[in-house]
Design a protein around this ligand. Sequence first.
Ligand code: ATP
Length: 352
Amino acid sequence: MSFIQLDNITKAFSEQGKPAVDKLSLKIKEGEIISLLGPSGCGKTTTLRMIAGFENPSSGSIKIDGASIVNESRALPPEKRGIGMVFQDYALFPHMTIAKNVMFGLNKWKMRDKKVRTKEVLELVGLEEYADRYPTQLSGGQQQRVALARALAPKPHVVLMDEPFSNLDAGLREKMRFDVTNILRRANTTAIIVTHDQKDAFAVSDRVVVMNEGIIQQIAAPKEMYRCPKNCFVAQFVGKTNLLTGKMDNDLRNIHTHIGKVTLPEESKERMENVTLSIRPEGCMLSEEGAYCGSVERVTYGGEYQELHVKLHNEPELSKAPMIIYAPVEQDVEIGSIVSFDIKPELVAMVE
Ligand code: ATP
């Protein structure tokens, strides 16, 4: 049985125009970490706010642990939903110590229990020595851990986090992705995280929900989503890709595109006439006698790899750009030189 269940949730802020969230259905298992990922305005925050109870859906129902918190006849107030919220700016009270901030969420508990639980969650987030400090005396990452401790303190059914990493610089962001996942796993908490950053979503989640214009595009584990994006939007949103169209061969495995024949990782389950392919840049490997060739238009040094833009005789018409290829950094590639490459079938996917 799913622990959190959203059924056909729609939110329209006005009568005219498209709804901010459109017939969204999602089932989440207990202990699962889910990310809502999508571009600005796609409806992620509105979805989170409806689960939290800050916004009521226009229609649809939400259940948590088998109990209906929103349906046609009622909407449980936020404080009765068993939800812990971590806001983007952490929303810590500056005039309260760290311990008092954490205790704030436990106002109905007995004082002795409050103290025990506060100590327990501060230990969980590794900040037990900071209990008497004030928020301004902590780093951004530490403040975020306090916000998470405060959300976890009342043992909520689910923790909701809105853009938790967006206020952190690159190095700290990477560390906090690891720390936050670790803390959520140890607390065995179900969590829903809103982010517009694919790296955040992939690093912290069991499954990622990609949204666009209020509609779910795909729900999948990070690896599956990257390898087998459902459509062109997902393929482009979760990493760089080359989009090509082609016709399927009778063998159901080879696609005749205008850059040449491209092979799928396995036979297609159904026969299709016209096919769209997504080919990841790291699936294109420079090779002396590769099947495809073109001239290098751009070389961008990326640290772990270099990104080449290779203009083929026939360009992939859907991307409307040269092929993007990742080449090893030790390989010398000159702008204007002719390179040839092969395409690894494992990094080719059929998309809608
Ligand atoms: P971002 O990453 O920029 O926060 P988002 O994916 O979280 O974007 P939402 O904030 O959920 O997107 O907004 C979805 C749509 O609903 C947007 O078009 C937004 O303008 C609209 N919207 C959100 N809140 C309101 C509101 N209170 N009144 C009217 N329209 C709203």
